[in-house]
Design a protein around this ligand. Structure first.
Ligand SMILES: Cc1ncc(COP(=O)(O)O)c(C=O)c1O
Length: 363
């Protein structure tokens, strides 16, 4: 057996800890507060729970392989054709389809430094070279930097928008001057995992550029605003030629029966969706205000999390909160060693977090 040389140093993605892991590792029996994985704090939609119960007795059957009802529902939402929708086991899987279909060893991809870690991970697996472009001084994607680093080997550019872990977004002027300068042969991946939480006016969404004929794919997920992280469901929307090839590199039943039915159910649950968004927008404002009052730098975020610079207190706060069963995300792996990323919780959870931070600071 000979392992591919470029896979030898591959390490697994560092995920946020789950509730069970924390209970096991720290022996905490009481409440656990998860501010570490940007999940939906509301729990699943009641419509999802209902539909999953209905389909429990059908798990001996394969799901319907075309997933046409879900493709149609998403096509209707975005005003595209169902053939333009590519479904994945999480949007991560759609990302992988892009590598499978387009990347040959030695090709280059451009990403921000830092950005969502899976871009790099897939590049390593598929033998692509990664060029990392540092964020600009506002902690936004440095778009001129991307343009300067394009070579004839560049195949893909990834922009997580809002950006993970800062939550920053780009305005129309920034988008337009960038996208108009991109060579046609490069595919731009606009990763809108947190797109639903943008509340600023005048921030363009990727769908607009797709409809104008640019070579883009928009990635969206059911893991955040739709509360289905545990079921794994995401999708891409793109131009027909690419959608066709991405759909052809997937396994026949990549979306499981529950994810398929739950996706359809939650798209119908407007009340749940609106409540999810409201909780994030209000919680984001509350946490930003409270942490700013405590003297910490909170970076403006348009996502369901905030990045906070706690300076030299970061490590102590992280460790002490962890011991109390309050999980937040350290950002050393992203190069922000004094910052922590906090996912927005329910109002009462956010208050508990602030209370605990105050106690630690005073203790
Ligand atoms: C920027 C970004 N893109 C994609 C994903 C993956 O989402 P999914 O759960 O759909 O695979 C995440 C998950 O946290 C993310 O932060």
């Amino acid at each position: 057996m000979k392992i591919k040389s470029y896979l030898k140093n591959l390490t697994p993605y560092p995920p946020g800890k789950t509730i069970d892991e924390i209970r096991r590792e720290l022996g905490i029996a009481g409440a656990i507060y998860k501010f570490n994985s940007n999940e939906n704090p509301l729990g699943p939609s009641p419509k999802v729970i209902e539909v999953l119960k209905t389909y429990l007795s059908e798990v001996n059957h394969y799901p319907e392989a075309s997933y046409i009802e879900l493709k149609k529902a998403l096509a209707k939402k975005w005003e595209v054709s169902p053939e333009q929708v590519v479904l994945g086991n999480g949007s991560d899987e759609v990302m992988e389809f892009i590598f499978k279909a387009l990347i040959e060893p030695g090709d280059e991809i451009l990403i921000s430094n830092p950005s969502f870690l899976m871009y790099e991970k897939f590049a390593e697996i598929y033998g692509a070279r990664v060029k990392k472009i540092s964020l600009n001084s506002d902690l936004k994607h440095n778009l001129p930097g991307f343009l300067e680093n394009i070579t004839e080997k560049t195949k893909l550019i990834f922009l997580d928008h809002p950006h993970n872990p800062t939550g920053s977004v780009l305005n129309r002027k920034e988008w337009e001057s960038f996208i108009n300068s991109l060579p046609e042969e490069i595919l731009l991946i606009i990763d809108e995992a947190y797109g639903e939480f943008i509340d600023k006016d005048f921030i363009p969404l990727g769908i607009e550029f797709l409809k104008k004929g640019y070579k883009v794919i928009i990635l969206r997920t059911f893991s955040k605003a739709y509360g289905l992280a545990g079921l794994r469901l995401g999708y891409g929307i793109t131009f027909l030629e690419l959608a066709k090839v991405l759909d052809s590199v997937r396994q026949p039943f990549n979306i499981n029966l529950f994810a398929y039915k739950a996706g359809l159910a939650v798209l119908e649950d407007k009340e749940y969706f609106e409540k999810s968004i409201k909780i994030v927008k209000e919680g984001r404002k509350y946490l930003t205000n409270e942490l700013t009052k405590l003297g910490f730098k909170v970076f403006p975020s348009q996502a369901n999390f905030i990045m906070v610079d706690f300076g030299e207190k970061a490590d102590k706060l992280y460790q002490k909160l962890l011991k109390k069963g309050i999980l937040i995300r350290p950002l050393k792996a992203y190069g922000f060693s004094t910052c922590l990323r906090i996912s927005i919780g329910l109002p009462e959870e956010n208050e508990i977090l602030i209370e605990n931070i105050k106690n630690i600071l005073n203790g």
